[in-house]
Design a protein around this ligand. Structure first.
Ligand code: SAM
Length: 288
């Protein structure tokens, strides 16, 4: 074993995040991307797609709490939830903790990601075989088109995707969100991985602009992710009926009996308070 192995995720040509690696557990190349799982010294096991950090055991709870519990506590009675992407299984794990959820459909394009996480990162993947989780290996864009054609509906859709490259590119387009709107019940809502307010502000603004055209209620909320470029990251929020703060019944958080390492009712409200540099770019598109 190379005792001085480090992995560096470079962001464009001016920044990088380095993590000390103890050993490589899995390395593969699928039809869609390269998939690696490594054991790091300080962050536990880590999944990388195309060399980009997806999850680490040490901080994945923050991302998964925030993509899941914010929308599932805004919607008063989410029964059917759809996840697009999310191959590591962390989002599905959190979704099915909500007792009212009857079915969680997860559509991940890359079977290699799912298999690598089942084998090497049980912390995130261990609920993928739960009877409430219906795992489909396929393209989320096509799946949503099929849902629209079949008139099947979801209460909440979570877009837990990679950055807008390769198969994830259409997940950042207007057509996809117009279909998401149609795939949701009349009181449904969608939350999506919304990129960095610092370093991908153009993409973030584009995403809220797309949501603005499709949904009557559009918002954005932030969280910290130590292993994504810049640390500050966002989720977008599009909703047909429920406002993320006005319609948030905080008594449901305690009544759920669930315990969280990051999410709580104050974080829920506070995460929608955006810093001015971000607000200036997106405020024209936020509504409701
Ligand atoms: N938390 C992570 C992040 O933001 O860096 C994302 C986690 S998850 C690993 C992202 C998944 O989205 C990847 O496994 C990728 O294969 C999947 N994905 C990308 N495009 C997709 C598509 N069109 N349909 C379904 N899944 C897709």
């Amino acid at each position: 074993m190379n005792s001085d192995l480090w992995i560096e995720e470079k962001f464009e040509d001016f920044m990088g995040l380095r993590l000390k690696v103890e050993k490589t557990l899995f390395s593969g190349k699928s039809e869609f991307q390269s998939v690696d799982v490594v054991e790091t010294k300080g962050h536990g096991k880590m999944l990388l797609n195309d060399g980009l950090i997806m999850v680490t055991e040490k901080d994945e709870f923050i991302y998964h709490d925030m993509i899941t519990h914010v929308p599932l506590f805004v919607h008063p009675n989410p029964k059917r939830v759809l996840i697009i992407g999310g191959g590591d299984g962390g989002t599905a794990r959190e979704v099915i903790r909500h007792k009212g959820v009857e079915e969680c459909v997860m559509v991940e394009i890359d079977e290699m990601v799912v298999n690598a996480c089942i084998e090497y990162i049980p912390q995130t993947s261990h609920k993928l075989n739960d009877s409430k989780v219906k795992l489909i290996i396929g393209d989320g864009v096509k799946y949503v088109e099929e849902v629209v054609a079949s008139e099947e509906k979801f209460d909440v859709i979570l877009v837990d995707s990679t950055d807008p490259i390769g198969p994830a590119q259409p997940l950042f387009g207007q057509e996809f969100y117009d279909n998401i709107f149609k795939a949701l019940n009349d009181d449904g809502l969608v939350v999506s991985q919304g990129e960095s307010p610092f370093y991908q502000s153009q993409m973030q603004t584009k995403l809220v602009g797309i949501l603005n055209k499709a949904f009557p209620i559009v918002s954005l909320y932030n969280f910290n992710n130590m292993t994504y470029p810049g640390g500050l990251w966002s989720f977008t929020f599009g909703s047909k009926k429920f406002h993320p703060i006005r319609d948030f019944d905080e008594t449901r958080v305690e009544a759920s009996g669930l315990e969280f390492n990051y999410y709580n009712k104050e974080i829920h409200r506070g995460s929608f308070a955006l810093p001015n540099f971000q607000l200036k770019k997106v405020s024209d598109f936020l509504k409701g």
